[in-house]
Ligand binder design. Structure first.
Ligand code: FAD
Length: 384
């Protein structure tokens, strides 16, 4: 009897990295990767940094599904959505009704952009960019247009604001928070980033809630809760992501904010694992590249019969706002401490320290970003 394959659902960074790492350890076991999208491999972080350099969706794609299948010696089924998992028969059901068996199942399902509940007949026009197809849609929507309004001044919102402004668009950013990167930066650092982005033309509407969006001929009209009206061509929403958990939940797998897994990335079923933006590892959802790389290496070892508990070192995040180089390593929300901020004309160095002076997190903006590696050596591990 032929061996059942390891089945990976999802062709994002999580799905492909675990396939690549597993292949380094095991050249023989069949792998089947099933994806709802085109199945090609590309760098998602590049999407918020691509317009200014004129990158097209085609130029961002590193390799299509066919090439990836050849490279990693596996079967890939693009444009195939999984609609159900049956842990008792160890099968997954495709949208076509076809069933596929697995020996071990990896959920690398990613996350969905959160949509604001807004009034008005223009809500359908709101775009968000969470994959290559979305980027294609954005490029199409921007053709011949000048004004872009971004909902959300978080990491992705600020990166797009910088990119669009450099690409020649008039950019507005709306957020209910009173500063950009409100969840990651202390006040002085947020103000510094705001000034740097304003210097390249970005207009911020902070402490402001969007209420309504209406289509008026070719343009869109936003009404804010403070009655301010903004006329714009394109609206890009970047208010956050929600892990895709429905498929797992319907199969009886525990979910909290993400699909709940142990430190070996195992769900309550011993042969079903989850990693990447869809997963919650011991209470933590970390939708970034570095945690995925660590998780994928650990999971590959587990799949290759070396049970491995993953560890996360400190993993500072580089914010891709060239107008204001920024690196953040946010402190663990539960850890008591205070921000100590040193500000100069061309930098902000903010260190989050415990009462006994231990470094628990940092935010470095401008010229002090060069200290990021040295300071990172003093940070505690995210998960030891
Ligand atoms: C614009 C942008 C910029 C970013 N920049 C950075 C950065 O600078 N640094 C950083 O660390 N992180 C960054 N991130 C975050 C990082 O890119 C993500 O954490 C990472 O790419 C997530 O990978 P993933 O494989 O978990 O999910 P995804 O890439 O979303 O992949 C999910 C896959 O699952 C498939 N799928 C979902 N449901 C089903 C189903 N039912 N059946 C079949 N297939 C299914 C999808 O089609 C997709 O292939 C950025 C994110 C964005 C959106």
């Amino acid at each position: 009897m032929s061996r059942q394959p390891v089945v990976i659902i999802g062709s994002g960074l999580a799905g492909y990295t675990v396939a690549r790492e597993f292949r380094k350890l095991d050249a023989e076991t069949p792998i089947q990767l099933i994806s709802a999208d085109h199945g090609g491999f590309y760098s998602k972080p590049m999407l918020s940094n691509a317009l200014a350099t004129g990158k097209t969706p085609a130029s961002i794609l590193n390799a299509n599904a066919e090439k990836m299948a050849e490279q990693l010696k596996m079967t890939i089924r693009p444009h195939s959505r999984i609609t159900a998992i049956d842990p008792s028969s160890k099968t997954v059901t495709l949208q076509s009704g076809e069933k596929s068996s697995y020996s071990q199942l990896i959920l690398a399902l990613g996350a969905d952009p959160i949509r604001l509940a807004l009034e008005g007949n223009g809500t359908e026009a709101i775009l968000s960019v969470n994959d290559l197809d979305d980027y294609h849609q954005l490029c199409t929507a921007l053709k011949g247009k000048k004004d872009v309004t971004i909902l959300g001044a978080g990491l992705i919102g600020c990166e797009f604001a910088n990119d669009l402004a450099v690409a020649g668009y008039r950019v507005r950013v709306i957020d209910i928070s009173v500063q950009p990167l409100g969840r990651l930066l202390p006040e002085a650092a947020g103000a510094f980033l705001q000034r740097r982005l304003e210097a390249i033309g970005v207009v911020f509407h902070l402490g402001a809630a969007t209420q309504c969006i209406e289509r008026i001929h070719e343009s869109l009209r936003l009404t804010l809760a403070n009655s301010e009206i903004i006329q714009t061509d394109v609206v890009l929403s970047a208010i956050g992501l929600r892990p895709r958990t429905a498929l797992a939940e319907a199969a009886g797998i525990a979910v909290n904010r993400g699909i709940a897994v142990s430190r070996s990335l195992q769900t309550r079923y011993s042969d079903i694992y989850a990693l990447g933006d869809c997963a919650e590892v011991e209470g933590r959802v970390l939708p970034f590249v570095m945690p995925i790389m660590h998780a994928a290496r650990g999971l590959a070892a587990t799949l290759a019969r070396t049970p491995t508990s993953i560890k996360y070192p400190a993993m500072p995040v580089l914010v891709k706002t060239p107008a204001c180089p920024t690196v953040v390593s946010p402190p663990d929300p539960g850890k008591p401490g205070e921000w100590h901020v040193e500000e100069s004309e061309d930098s902000v160095k903010a260190l989050f320290q415990s009462a006994d002076g231990k470094l628990l997190g940092y935010a470095l903006l401008g010229t002090v970003t060069k200290e990021k590696n040295l300071l990172a050596t003093q940070l505690p591990a995210v998960m030891e």
